[in-house]
Design a protein around this ligand. Sequence first.
Ligand SMILES: *Cc1c(COP(=O)(O)O)cnc(C)c1O
Length: 406
Amino acid sequence: MKLSPDPAALDAADPLARFREAFALPTGLIYLAGNSLGPLPLASAERVSRMVATEWGESLVRGWNTHDWFGAPARVGGKIAGLIGADPDEVLVADSTSANLYKLAVAALQARPDRKVVLSAPGDFPTDLYMLEGAIRTLGDGRRLELAEGEALEAAITNDVALLVLCQTHYRSGAVRDMAALTARAQAAGALVLWDLSHSTGVLAVDLNGCNADLAVGCGYKYLNGGPGAPGFLFVARRHQGALVSPLSGWFGHARPFAFEDGYDPAAGVARFACGTPPMLSLAALEGGVDLALEAGAGAVAAKARALGALFIDRVGDALTLECPADGARRGGHVAFHHPDAYAIVQCLISKGVIGDYREPGTMRFGLSPLPLSFSDVARAADLLVEVVRTRAYDDPSFRQRSKVT
Ligand SMILES: *Cc1c(COP(=O)(O)O)cnc(C)c1O
């Protein structure tokens, strides 16, 4: 008989255990939605108040220079680079993930003018597909979006593909794509590849340059714990930086923004993908989360994420249908299960102090952020989930009432 691992023993051996104290989390709550909105790092709360009181409050407009607000998007981008296998001058914090995807997709399509197809996958995160539709509409030069999955996706990578856009980790199933293989396959056909790292950054050991990646975008408020609406980031491999131009050619991406020239001259390097004035308070919060992830180290974080997932899946056993990969090497930072009453089950768990989330149709997700969570937290949550399912405690009209955001 297989013995289940003891959560207390796993906690005692956990090299990242001390990071739990770095987050503000209400007592008694087990927060398994860090894949949707990461919890608050105490250091971020401190940074933001300091910035409000002294940088904004006292330095005022001088802060752009005296506190190097100008340098923040590249500085924080350079730190994120250390988590995703990129060089510091290949990553910039800017705008939202959606806007960054649009900027890079249009720039990539303009660099491949003779190819008609933008290839992506059905069921990938909706905003990515919507932004690609918008990019194609804006260009108005006869491109079309094709969606394919699995073997059909590989077969669809032909010489007519300009750009392949994929999420590395799927937001619902948690399945991780083979970034190295798909990148190589698309590049062999002459296409560029744009990866969305939203559900990977801060939880997987992403290796962009190890995969010879072209372009990537990612999210600041999920596993980077950057706060609600934190800016996203974008990656442009150094070899592409001189050739690609942002369609949102704002003054912050200009070579000389304070020369106030009439004509647009893109800045050298990844800085040309900035658009307007960066959100400094949000950047301060994001930097606090990124610093914690760097201090923990991407490898250790990824190892703990896999172990947390294995523990959760082991304890749920056959009580629910597993929807994420059982193989930790193919799974992102959350686990997912299917149940026809998944919505009510998640609401019932929330009423008992375990916050997970629901995604249509019939999926419950539990984000296992490695820094703020202990093995004991995760074991307790999994045991409660099993109890709720077995006793049908969710079978109550109050748990079936839908709210706008779940
Ligand atoms: C969370 C997420 C986004 C978020 O986009 P926003 O512009 O920040 O709203 C984009 N893509 C994927 C795959 C995501 O998981």
